[in-house]
Design a protein around this ligand. Structure first.
Ligand SMILES: CC(C)(COP(=O)(O)OP(=O)(O)OC[C@H]1O[C@@H](n2cnc3c(N)ncnc32)[C@H](O)[C@@H]1OP(=O)(O)O)[C@@H](O)C(=O)NCCC(=O)NCCS
Length: 282
């Protein structure tokens, strides 16, 4: 096999990146709210390495910008003829760059099986599954009294959304402000729960051909267990019912019993579509 060269990403490589992502069978994309091009353009300096062989792009690996000492593996692609050595060379370079940015852990949500056998040798360990639950129909559990006021979140509310998000989720599950802005932009509905003038919870949902997806639900820790998550969930389901949307899916960590308890009370059940979550400590 010809020797390979490793480089950083530059804008002029976009076409080659696009072509590799299109033609390679070993691809991992976890960009959440972005299309590939939009994601690359949104990165000030992408944390990314490219592998070239005979002037041809044959591999790439990219991570998210760090947030609170954590990052995600966002993009991986390997040309069919490339062996696994290139992956470890790219990962070593990315891991060194992330260490320099004070990153302590890197998450990877396994979308495709091909990557899994290689992860342990790169220093990742399996943590748990992210599970999918779904519900359908227009029946809701009886509402419980509480004092929160639920209002649609406006673009000017991004700071409030981020502060609730960061209080409720641990790294690397938090959304950065630019991700929140993008998520809010493409959300079908995003609502905030207010209590005595303070934002205490939010949900953000998207709409697909076959139903709604509850992408985020969060309540600040000192207000959890008082029905605010249930109030946000009941409210968003009713908003969808008014639009004749009666099915909803949601993902959560297998270990997150509090959220699963809530989802089960609202008629959600596991679909069996679960994704392994792996993590590397740097
Ligand atoms: C999940 C979350 C949104 C729920 O919000 P909340 O305001 O606490 O929700 P509610 O008070 O309406 O309901 C929580 C339910 O979980 C129960 N519960 C609390 N801790 C629990 C635990 N460890 N195991 C099982 N059930 C638990 C509560 O008793 C309550 O049940 P009940 O309605 O039968 O009384 C909130 O805990 C949160 O923000 N967690 C962190 C972020 C997160 O995990 N989001 C969801 C994943 S996408």
């Amino acid at each position: 096999m010809a020797a390979f060269t490793i480089t950083h990403y530059k804008r002029r490589y976009y076409r080659a990146v696009h072509d590799l992502l299109f033609r390679a069978r070993r691809v991992h994309t976890h960009l959440d709210w972005h299309e590939t091009q939009h994601w690359l353009e949104s990165q000030y300096q992408p944390i990314m390495r490219l592998v070239w062989q005979n002037w041809r792009l044959v591999g790439l690996l990219a991570a998210s910008q760090p947030l609170n000492h954590a990052a995600w593996v966002r993009l991986v692609a390997l040309d069919d003829r490339l062996n696994g050595d290139a992956l470890s060379v790219m990962w070593d370079a990315i891991a060194a760059e992330l260490r320099g940015l004070s990153v302590q852990r890197v998450g990877l949500l396994m979308m495709d099986d091909w990557l899994e056998p290689r992860l342990a040798s790169l220093g990742f360990r399996y943590v748990e599954h992210v599970v999918t639950l779904a519900r359908s129909g227009d029946e809701l559990p009886p509402p419980r009294p509480n004092r929160v006021e639920i209002r649609a979140a406006e673009p000017g509310d991004v700071d409030a959304l981020v502060s609730v998000d960061h209080a409720a989720f641990a790294p690397p599950w938090q959304l950065a402000a630019d991700e929140m802005r993008q998520a809010h932009r493409i959300a079908s509905t995003c609502t905030l729960a207010w209590l005595d003038g303070a934002a205490v919870g939010y949900q953000l949902s998207t709409l697909y051909m076959d139903g709604a997806h509850l992408a985020r639900l969060a309540v600040v820790p000192n207000q959890q267990g008082q029905g605010i998550g249930g109030a946000l969930l009941g409210d968003v389901l009713q908003r969808f019912f008014r639009r004749y949307v009666y099915t909803m899916t949601v993902n959560t960590q297998d270990s997150n019993m509090q959220s699963q308890h809530l989802y089960t009370r609202f008629g959600f059940s596991r679909t069996g579509y679960d994704l392994p979550y792996w993590e590397a400590a740097l």
